[in-house]
Design a protein around this ligand. Sequence first.
Ligand SMILES: Cc1cc2nc3c(=O)[nH]c(=O)nc-3n(C[C@H](O)[C@H](O)[C@H](O)COP(=O)(O)O)c2cc1C
Length: 303
Amino acid sequence: MKKVLILYYSQSGQLQNVLDNIIAPMQQDSNISCDYKAIKPKNPFPYPWNFYEFFDVFPESVYLNGCEIEDLDTEEEYDLIILGYTVWFLSPSLPVTGFLQSAQAKKLLKDKPVITVIACRDMWLTAQEKMKSLLSDINARLIDNVVLSDQGKSIHSFVTTPRWMLTGKKDAFWLFPKAGVAKDEIEGASRFGKRLCTALAEDRETKNDPLLGNLNAVNVVGKLIATERIAHRSFLIWSKLIKKAGQPGSNGRKIVITIYSFFLLALVLTIVPINIIIRKLLYPFRKKQITKAINYYEGPSGK
Ligand SMILES: Cc1cc2nc3c(=O)[nH]c(=O)nc-3n(C[C@H](O)[C@H](O)[C@H](O)COP(=O)(O)O)c2cc1C
């Protein structure tokens, strides 16, 4: 009997829905037992968020200052761990960071093969780099990564995802599609569970090779690589300023957050379109470099 632990933190239930589909084939396999657990912060985060609450978690997310979480009621040894996480400001969400920094995670994940599953807007590359370092800090072995991104183009989800987070509304409106990951993509995630049933039957989780190759587990959008790098550099600076302005929830923070939101709006309306044009012009000269970066970020599972 193989024992699989599935851990996640999901606010609207979207990521949980993705995981439900992944583990469904394993739950029907009599040779696999699945332990499915939510990561719970000691002080729950709001959903939907109000504007200041949303940006208040920005500095701590970026600097990986994980929040305190409830102990999970498990002490068992597992053969495989599936860790579902969402991305907050190009970083793993605070409850997941908090869990990975806990003494319990150190015990549970040490030397264990881990598959990360991400459901987010479409900017996850930096978060996964941070995830790699959090996992390596506790000697966990990352063997696969699955990513599902919100439907529509980046420009659409730039509007639909924050609208969903700040109001709870997911419906399509004007020229914008529904917020979140498309239904057929979520349902299609069961292919990963089917593959895991075979892989576990063959003891392949004991090796260091990926189990989910050739299943289109990740799709790296080349043009977002530079965007994330630039955004993260600015996130580091602004996070420091917001932290210096005061404790979470303080008026000092609210003032800097207000200034930051105007800065962000100005950036999106000016620098971002200029940057898109420049990158389009430079693409033929940087093709080799971009392809190399795509191959790197597609690992370990690949297309
Ligand atoms: C505070 C916050 C920051 C977010 N930042 C990002 C981000 O940087 N990149 C991204 O692709 N998605 C981002 N998202 C979207 C989430 O990754 C995720 O898609 C959304 O929270 C829904 O997940 P859930 O309802 O399953 O928790 C953010 C969401 C929140 C609440």
